[in-house]
Design a binder for this molecule. Structure first.
Ligand SMILES: C[S@@+](CC[C@H](N)C(=O)[O-])C[C@H]1O[C@@H](n2cnc3c(N)ncnc32)[C@H](O)[C@@H]1O
Length: 188
């Protein structure tokens, strides 16, 4: 695709995948084939991103709910890693770096998910007259960081929604599992 933006063409980009093993997610970071300092993944950013991951391995709530300001984010590796590990992150860079940084945020934001998901659920309520019933299903994960993220999500959600766990005996006899939560959610 040769979609043109102010600062790059998509066919001049190539992705680099960065695994965040502690929460089994992979960031996809677009770099430019040619360009200035803000269009490549720097090794130093990997060192810091992996340090954050290591800290979260030892202490799962290391970044939970922490506000992070990253100066000179470049392609966003460190900030996006911190956000994936539970921080509330603000990324910054020079104006010319922002289009590619925005692309990388957009590419990875579904992996971050807590606040945007809750905001989306709240929006649904604001756009219809009758309170909608929302069903949400989630597999219970094993890693400490994933458990922590789920707890943060659940706590935030319960501030503005009633959450009811649908008992297994009400679910399909062959399609239910003690590992999978099925929730019914209604705005308070
Ligand atoms: C060497 S790169 C590192 C990028 C990123 N932190 C990384 O490690 O991949 C330095 C970054 O600082 C940004 N930068 C330089 N001057 C800046 C300024 N005055 N305000 C914000 N960002 C700036 C550059 O655009 C570039 O993205």
């Amino acid at each position: 695709m040769s979609h043109r933006t102010s600062c790059f063409q998509l066919n001049d980009l190539f992705p680099r995948e960065i695994d965040i093993e502690v929460c089994l997610k992979t960031l996809k970071i677009f770099q430019k084939l040619e360009g200035d300092v803000n269009c490549v993944v720097w090794d130093a950013s990997l060192v810091l991103a992996k340090y954050l991951e290591t800290m979260c391995q030892c202490k799962p709530d290391f970044l939970s709910g922490i506000r992070v300001l990253e100066l000179g984010s470049g392609l966003g590796v460190v900030g996006l890693t911190a956000a994936t590990l539970g921080a509330q992150v603000t990324l910054t860079d020079l104006p010319e770096a922002l289009p590619l940084l925005r692309l990388n945020i957009s590419e990875n934001k579904q992996k971050i998910a807590i606040s945007p998901l809750i905001e989306t659920l709240q929006c649904l309520n604001n756009t219809v007259k009758k309170k909608p019933t929302i069903y949400l299903t989630q597999e219970i994960r094993d890693s400490e960081i994933q458990k922590k993220l789920w707890n943060v999500f659940y706590e935030k959600l319960s501030e503005s929604f009633y959450i009811e766990k649908i008992p297994e005996e009400q679910q399909h006899i062959n399609y239910r599992s003690s590992d999978i939560l099925l929730l019914k959610i209604i705005k308070k």
